[in-house]
Design a protein around this ligand. Structure first.
Ligand code: 5AD
Ligand code: SF4
Length: 473
């Protein structure tokens, strides 16, 4: 065992000890209250945050707390996102309401964590102006949650831990999954790409890959626990494994993950167009368990804007990549992210984006108005696009995306495809909602007992972004 591993193990034991003390502390509270101690986690942002919240939830459940639907809980946590500037303001607005909630519930503990708490200015603002917030920690300190919560509850202290520690034992934290048969799995943390509009590299730090053996052990455990679908998570999975002592490519990791018995579907997110290898295309093609879905953020179709964004690909190389993918795997569903109104974006640049969208027939696109994120290079760029121009472009973009998405969905109409049944259809009693390999949803009549299973469904009607169907046996 090397020094790093020894330190991880020692820290893992220390946190386990805090967790057992936390259990006693929660039991005492339960007795004093004459009921279970409740918690609620409000999660903002991406899949990584969703996964982190499952870890926070794991700690709280293990400590003996009970999850509630609403924010009126004894322990209320906000796992924040800071990608867009107005996300911060929204949180502060919301905290005003929470303050009233706490007035009516004096013993309430309020905590804020996540990416926003990696920003020194925000921590200072909370420390000084939001004194009713009891606990603050950033994404890097997530693994310390048992210790920090214990200090807060048992010692009645306000705890603000914004220290910059490497995440030592985050992967051994207890986890409580939102869905029993699906799980995210972090394969790497951080980002080295520094797209000029994006705050993530500053708050999530440099790229770190987990050892493949450790990832596979986690996935085997998940399979034993009934998980059928895993989503491998990283800001750019294509650069997975490059800095490991014994480098491993993402394509090889994917092949090995697909070999795990019990895992029936493998997904991953996100893949940067600058370095998606032919070997990865090959790995998807030859591995049936890997879902036929690729999220490939375009951001802009103008090579000039892409350069300003520091994306390191051009319109032409993106189109060529999509061509290679579609030739190798014709049935694949492509989705993307687009930013409208990056500084200096002209009408011609925007037309280039529309052009790429027409030529790639995306199944869906997440569209974002450019947000002038403080702390990023783009925030200081000249020629910020006026809001009315942005709004007009956004409307045109959404119109086109919807039209093309609907056409892309029509392509598979009438086919019978395997579907993972995820939940009851909220809008139609007696109906279920399932997810296709390409990530589209289908609603179809069926028994609740099918939830968590993969069944064959015929796609009988397309509604643009989703299907109606019937089960085939
Ligand atoms: N403004 C608008 N959208 C942004 N994204 C990241 N930073 C910004 C920003 N400053 C979008 C990108 C990314 C997605 C997760 O969020 O499209 O792919
Ligand atoms: Fe942000 Fe670019 Fe890294 Fe994605 S790849 S997290 S957009 S810097």
């Amino acid at each position: 065992m090397n020094f790093g591993e020894q330190r991880n193990l020692a820290e893992e034991k220390r946190q386990a000890l805090f967790l057992s003390q936390l259990k006693e502390c929660i039991a005492d509270r339960e007795e004093a209250l004459g009921r279970r101690v409740t918690y609620h986690i409000t999660t903002m942002g991406c899949q990584m945050n969703a996964r982190d919240s499952e870890k926070l939830s794991g700690v709280l459940a293990e400590a003996g707390c009970e999850e509630t639907e609403g924010e009126d809980a004894d322990i209320l946590l906000f796992n924040t996102c800071t990608v867009r500037e107005n996300a911060n303001e929204k949180l502060y607005g919301h905290l005003g309401l929470v303050k009233h909630l706490k007035k009516e519930k004096p013993g309430m503990l309020i905590g804020i964590c996540g990416c926003m708490m990696q920003e020194a200015d925000e921590v200072v603002r909370i420390r000084e102006k939001y004194r009713f917030v009891d606990l603050v920690f950033g994404t890097h300190n997530l693994w310390k949650f048992p210790e920090l919560l214990y200090a807060c509850l048992a010692e009645g202290r306000r705890v603000i831990d914004a220290s910059e520690t490497p995440d030592v034992c985050r992967d051994s934290m207890p986890v409580r999954r939102k869905v029993p048969f699906k799980s995210g799995v972090n394969i790497m943390y951080g980002c080295n790409n520094f797209c000029t509009y994006c705050i993530v590299p500053y708050v999530r730090g440099r790229e770190r890959s987990r050892e493949p053996g450790e990832i596979l052990r986690e996935i085997r455990r998940l399979a034993d626990d009934g998980v059928k679908e895993v989503m491998l998570l990283g800001q750019n999975v294509n650069s997975y494994g490059k800095t490991l002592e014994q480098p491993v490519s993402f394509a090889d990791l994917l092949r090995r993950v697909a070999e795990v018995d019990g895992i029936e579907r493998v997904r991953f997110m996100t893949s940067h167009p600058k370095d998606l290898s032919d070997d990865l295309i090959q790995a998807i093609r030859e591995t049936p368990k890997v879902c036929r879905h690729l999220h490939l953020p375009l951001q802009s179709g103008s090579s000039r804007i892409l350069k300003q964004m520091n994306r390191r690909y051009t319109k032409e190389s993106y189109l060529a990549l999509v061509d290679r993918i579609r030739t190798a795997i014709p049935e694949i569903g492509l989705t993307t992210d687009i930013i409208v109104g990056f500084p200096g974006e002209t009408e011609e640049d925007f037309e280039e984006t529309l052009d790429v969208i027409r030529r790639c027939s995306f199944q869906s696109a997440f569209t974002f108005l450019y947000s002038r994120r403080t702390g990023t290079p783009a925030a200081a760029m000249a020629d910020q696009v006026p809001p009315d121009v942005m709004a007009d472009r956004m409307q045109r973009l959404i119109g086109l995306v919807q039209e093309l998405a609907s056409r892309a969905a029509d392509r598979d109409l009438g086919k019978t495809v395997p579907v993972l049944v995820e939940e009851k259809d909220a809008h139609a009693p007696g109906s279920l909602t399932g997810r296709l390999g390409n990530n589209l949803m289908v609603h179809f009549p069926g028994e609740e007992s099918l939830i968590g299973q993969i069944v064959d469904v015929e796609l009988t009607e397309s509604r643009g972004f989703y299907y109606m169907g019937r089960r085939r046996q």
